[in-house]
Design a protein around this ligand. Sequence first.
Ligand SMILES: [Zn+2]
Length: 311
Amino acid sequence: MKPPTNPRVLFLAGLGRSGTTLLERTLAEVDGVTALGEVMHLWERGLVRNELCACGEPFLACPFWTAVGERAFGGWASVDPERMAHLKGRVDRASRVPLIARGGDSGFARDVREYVAAYLAVYRAATDLTGDVLVDSSKQSSLAWCLTLAEELDLRVVHCVRDSRGVAHSWAKKVARPEAVDGRDAEMTRYSPALISAMWTLHNATSELLGRRVPAVRLRYEDFVEAPVASTRAVLDLAGVATPASHVAADRVRLGPSHSCAGNPMRFTTGEIPLVRDDQWRSAQATGARRLVTALTAPLLAHYDYVGAGS
Ligand SMILES: [Zn+2]
């Protein structure tokens, strides 16, 4: 009998609001690729709150995720979301990356393995059901670091970067969450420019280092929007997917429905999407906020070639 294939997971790493949902949706349209959404949030938003899958069904009623839960765990009822929340709080944090990377057999390392085992079960089930390369757009680099310890996983990383000023501006805006139920978390979280600057640096630095452990490419949001065809091809090459991406044009992409379990509200949008760089921050961001973010993120802004791009 043929041994089971190890799941191949393309993990989109970086800080939120860096264009990961757009990239995930673009990849999801390619034959041989299945996008799962932000699997990191499945345990709370899917299992506990039963929020909407991108297909429009509540998570626990979605046929795809029901099949994944059956295959992975004999049904989602066998998963303890509180235990997952506990493990997530303990191990899945950017500040824990050095500890995660060390591995070993400490109590912490055992918690990491237990946490990773749940993800591996989900990936295995999704691979068995689809035969596809999977995309996990969780973004959180500490999760990707945890996953590097799973030998059964063929992990590849796309480090998604966006200009810190644009990211800070996006995190300052009010954005509704259509998937919210009972009015809980009806809006996306907002962060101050100072806090988001620290997060931007930390998350990008820990994402950058993933390239030392697993195959990885860096993709700037601005480059993706400028050259979507070449950018998509580069990511698919990393994933080992040779299928053409004919739904991607120089200035637009055609998006269909998916079963993204959690993520940016943009996951509900389908049809032809014009690819226009969101540069709203250049005109709408307060000068003080822009100067603060520019100063606090200066070293990596230069590293990613954003210096002179509107500072
Ligand atoms: Zn669904």
